[in-house]
Unconditional design. Structure first.
Length: 268
């Protein structure tokens, strides 16, 4: 049965990736160290980037295009940081095979190591940026109970699964379609405006709400905002939809990557 074969292949891949865990760790460490190597501010850029975006969007949507949302800076920030992680995997993930093409051509290792290590490094960036979110929450006097915060790690994991699936997909396709890396910049911008980051779902016309929920980042964004802005547990329907979309996209991405990687060397 096809389902049994996919499950068997998935378990075999997971075992192989575990055997190459040291390589994954080394790639993640190298990416984090080289990202800001030679810059004056170094790792501070990791915090400065979301802060600068927060300032720009807050000025625009609080003073020029007023939304009327209380503490809009917080409403925005708790959704913006997770979005930066996802969008980086979407647009930047396309180049992970090309950036390591010498390694791909010369030595054997499971090629899935490359998109996995890239996604992990971006995830670590997001975790560090969450230190800024908690600092903003503290300065804003927002109190969130521990029982609600316990929902945060599962939501983060769900987003990681989704981002990994996207990275698998775009990194493999970009080897064959070189223009994809440029197109994804436009896709990322459009995707952001189709995700309730700068606005709430209440502002979306009812007849289009179903289409918005087909966007996997919609449920994840709502879950983050429920926890960190409203201080409440995410609705089970929201979490279930996010899990379902995340698993589906990971499966599609991994299967696509597995089939296309057979000819990476020839295409590179």
């Amino acid at each position: 049965m096809p389902e049994a074969r996919i499950w068997e292949d998935g378990m075999k891949l997971a075992k192989e990736l575990w055997e190459y865990r040291e390589m994954i760790y080394s790639l993640v460490k190298r990416d984090l160290k080289s990202r800001y190597k030679g810059s004056v501010l170094g790792f501070f850029w990791m915090f400065l980037n979301p802060l600068l975006q927060l300032v720009v969007y807050t000025i625009v949507f609080s003073t020029i295009m007023r939304t009327g949302i209380e503490k809009f800076y917080l409403f925005l920030f708790v959704a913006l940081v997770p979005w930066i992680f996802f969008s980086t995997c979407l647009s930047g993930g396309a180049g992970v095979i090309f950036s390591q093409q010498d390694m791909v051509k010369k030595i054997y290792f499971p090629r899935e190591v490359l998109p996995l290590s890239f996604t992990i490094s971006q995830f670590v960036n997001m975790l560090l940026s969450f230190l800024v979110i908690f600092a903003v929450l503290f300065c804003s006097g927002v109190h969130i109970s521990l029982s609600v915060l316990l929902y945060l790690p599962p939501v983060m994991f769900i987003e990681f699964v989704l981002a990994l699936g996207i990275t698998f997909l775009v990194s493999a396709l970009n080897v064959y379609f070189r223009d994809l890396e440029h197109i994804l910049g436009i896709v990322s911008m459009a995707w952001m405006y189709l995700t309730p980051i700068l606005y709430s779902m209440d502002m979306v016309p009812q007849q289009y709400a179903g289409l918005f929920y087909m966007n996997p980042m919609t449920s994840i964004t709502i879950a983050y905002r429920d926890i960190l802005y409203y201080g409440q547990a995410p609705h089970m329907r929201t979490l279930f939809l996010a899990v379902l979309m995340g698993i589906l996209i990971l499966a599609v991405g991994q299967v696509t990557f597995g089939r296309l990687q057979r000819h990476f060397v020839e295409e590179l």
